[in-house]
Design a protein around this ligand. Structure first.
Ligand SMILES: [Fe+2]
Ligand SMILES: [Fe+2]
Length: 247
């Protein structure tokens, strides 16, 4: 059994960041003892170097290994450079044991809110997913921007500009789970055998309607995937349950 905590949209700053909420989430997630934490971007609010310095202190409170991709807010004001210096690579691939492959993509463009994967990164993604297929690995892809529109988020503006092509690659390679953030609204879509999950915001007070600060937890066993929606300091419930598509 593999447990992954999916957090997103922390928005660490002096403005919209709720520190108490963040600290509560750290306690909850450390108690869960996940195998890894995936952070799908918008770690900071304005991409400022001082915000990333603050972020490294906050992120070090998590006990599990944490892997992050940048969001549109992170890439503002040369933040994509600060991200690389203080957080890590903007695109990456890692393997968990010899069974899972997790790929992180940078969907941000400097000083733009829209998402974009681009041809070089798309080709790199296809290559990684081809390797997963050869090794029969369960694949997970993480990126900040949603690849398909999310209900209850108003007018669609920021879906990936190359979403159609990316979605085709993800679904034809039978990616097990796609993790996204950005809209601050949790959601699950399933297309063919691919589960596409959005996490809400962990600690930003910019929330839509009655959405709470939340994070997702994935429990992947040999034959099924359970997805839990955990409201920070509140209710935790089963958000979705699916048979596992590949070994
Ligand atoms: Fe955000
Ligand atoms: Fe965002």
């Amino acid at each position: 059994m593999t447990v992954i905590a999916h957090i997103s949209d922390l928005h660490i700053s002096n403005a919209s960041f709720d520190e108490d909420m963040f600290m509560q989430a750290v306690t909850e997630i450390n108690n869960l003892q996940p195998d890894m934490i995936v952070l799908t971007g918008d770690i900071v609010e304005n991409g400022l170097y001082v915000e990333f310095q603050q972020a490294t202190r906050y992120l070090s409170m998590f006990e599990a290994p944490l892997f992050a991709v940048p969001g549109n807010h992170d890439s503002r004001n040369l933040g994509y450079q600060s991200f690389e210096e203080l957080i890590g690579e903007r695109s990456w691939k890692l393997t968990l044991g010899d069974e899972f492959t997790v790929v992180g993509l940078d969907s941000s463009s400097p000083d733009e809110d829209r998402g974009h994967i681009g041809t070089p990164q798309h080709m790199w993604l296809e290559h990684q997913l081809d390797e997963c297929a050869i090794k029969d690995n369960f694949s997970i892809v993480a990126l900040h921007h949603h690849v398909i529109p999310i209900p209850q988020t108003g007018r669609e503006r920021n879906v990936l500009s190359d979403a159609g092509d990316v979605l085709k690659t993800l679904t034809t390679h039978e990616v097990g789970i796609v993790l996204c953030g950005h809209k601050h609204v949790p959601n699950i879509w399933k297309i063919n055998d691919t589960i596409i999950v959005n996490a809400g915001s962990l600690s930003s007070n910019k929330l839509r309607g009655k959405n709470n600060n939340s994070y997702n937890v994935y429990i992947i066993s040999e034959d099924e995937i359970e997805i839990f929606l955990n409201n920070v300091g509140g209710e935790k419930f089963l958000f979705g349950k699916f048979p596992r598509n590949t070994l």
